[in-house]
Design a protein around this ligand. Structure first.
Ligand code: FAD
Length: 304
C-alpha cells in the first residue's frame, strides 16, 4: 500500500536546512519512477497538492500545516554515471551536488568547483541555476534533463535553451515539473588535472568558510544580488540589518544577506526580518531586492 510509505504529519523543520516550519500532511522519499507515478495518481485522486523538495537548502517552509504531499527524490534518483567517452556525466535529480562536484574533481574536471561547495540536490540546483559569482553556474554545464510533468504524467527532455536559466532562476520555478535526471558536459579529456581540480575546491571552500556565517541553520543568501556593482548584502548592511533579531531568527552578524536560526526560530520570525530588510533598502536606496529563498509552498502554489 502506497500510503504506508508516507510519513503522516511529518515535522517540516526536519526537511529544511534552516530548521523552521510546521507539519506536512504527507511526506515521502521517492525511490523509483513507478512510486512517483503512483504518488501523483494518489494526489490527483485525493485532490491533494504535491510539492517537490530537494535538500531543503533554499526554502523557508510555512509555519502553517502543508496540506498536501511533499516528495524528495531518493533511490534510483541518486545515481551518477559517465558516458562511454567520458565527455558527459548523468546524475539523478536527488543526487547531492557536493558529491557530484567532488567526483568530477576526482576525474580531473576543471571549472566545476562551485558544485562541490553548494549544498543541495542536482534537481534543486537546476531549478535555482545554482552557482557562485566567479566559479560558474549550472547553466554553463547543463546539457539536458529528463523532466516529469505531473499534469500530463509524461517525461519530457529539455535542452539548455529551453530552461530559461537566469540569475538564480529557471523555467522550473514556474511549473510543478520534476527533474528526474540531468546530464552535464565535462572538460575536454586533455585539459583534465585531478590535483588542480581538488586544489581549486579546497581554496573555494576555505575562502567561503572565512566569509560565511558559522551557524549551519540558514538558507544562504536571502536576496539575489541586484544589477550593478553593489551586492544585496552591501545594501542590507548599510540599512543596519546586521545582527537584527526577531524571535529566534537573526540576520547574521558576519553577513547581512544571511539569516540564521538561533535554535527556536519560526518561519514567521524569518519572514519579518526579510520584510524589514526589503522595505528599508527600498526606502533608503529605491532598490527593490528580489528574494532568492523560496517560500514553500506559497511560491510553488503560484506555479502552473
Ligand atoms: C550554507 C549555504 C550556502 C549556499 N550557497 C549558495 C551559493 O553559493 N550559490 C547558490 O546558487 N546557492 C547557494 N545556496 C542556496 C542553495 O544551496 C541552492 O539554491 C541549491 O541549489 C538548492 O538545492 P536544494 O536541493 O536544497 O533545493 P531546495 O531548497 O530543496 O528547493 C529549491 C527549489 O528547487 C525546487 N526543486 C528541488 N528539487 C527539484 C527537482 N528534482 N525538480 C524540480 N524542482 C526541484 C524546489 O521545488 C524549490 O522550488 C546556499 C545555501 C546554503 C544553506
Amino acid at each position: 500500500m502506497l500510503i504506508t510509505r508516507f510519513k503522516k504529519k511529518f515535522p517540516g523543520k526536519k526537511l529544511s536546512r534552516i530548521g523552521t516550519g510546521g507539519d506536512i500532511l504527507y511526506y515521502a522519499m521517492v525511490p523509483s519512477l513507478i512510486f512517483l507515478r503512483n504518488v501523483i495518481k494518489f494526489s490527483h485522486d485525493q485532490k491533494l497538492p504535491f510539492y517537490i523538495l530537494g535538500a531543503g537548502s533554499n526554502v523557508l517552509l510555512s509555519d502553517e500545516r502543508v496540506n498536501g504531499i511533499v516528495l524528495k527524490l531518493g533511490g534510483i534518483f541518486k545515481a551518477i554515471s559517465f558516458s562511454n567517452d567520458l565527455s558527459h556525466v548523468s546524475a539523478g535529480g536527488g543526487t547531492s551536488l557536493i558529491k557530484l562536484g567532488n567526483l568530477l574533481a576526482e576525474h580531473g574536471n576543471l571549472g566545476y568547483s562551485y558544485m562541490a561547495v553548494i549544498p543541495g540536490s542536482v534537481g534543486g540546483a537546476i531549478a535555482m541555476n545554482a552557482g557562485t559569482t566567479n566559479e560558474g553556474e549550472i547553466k554553463d554545464h547543463f546539457v539536458t534533463a529528463q523532466v516529469f510533468d505531473p499534469l500530463t504524467e509524461k517525461i519530457n527532455e529539455y535542452g539548455n535553451g529551453e530552461m530559461n536559466f537566469s540569475n538564480r532562476s529557471s523555467s522550473l520555478l514556474k511549473t510543478t515539473n520534476i527533474v528526474l535526471q540531468a546530464s552535464f558536459r565535462l572538460s575536454p579529456v586533455e585539459k583534465r588535472n585531478k590535483e588542480l581540480a581538488i586544489q581549486k575546491i579546497k581554496e573555494l571552500r576555505s575562502s567561503r568558510q572565512a566569509k560565511q556565517p558559522k551557524n549551519p541553520k540558514t538558507f544562504g543568501s536571502t536576496f539575489k544580488n541586484p544589477k550593478g556593482q553593489k551586492t544585496a548584502g552591501w545594501y542590507l548592511e548599510k540599512v543596519g540589518m546586521k545582527g537584527m533579531r526577531i524571535g529566534g531568527a537573526m540576520v547574521a552578524p558576519e553577513h547581512a544577506n544571511w539569516i540564521v536560526n538561533e535554535g527556536n526560530a519560526t518561519s514567521n520570525d524569518v519572514k519579518s526580518l526579510i520584510e524589514i530588510g526589503k522595505n528599508r533598502v527600498y526606502e533608503e536606496f529605491g532598490i527593490r531586492l528580489q528574494r532568492e529563498v523560496i517560500f514553500f509552498p506559497e511560491d510553488i502554489e503560484e506555479r502552473v
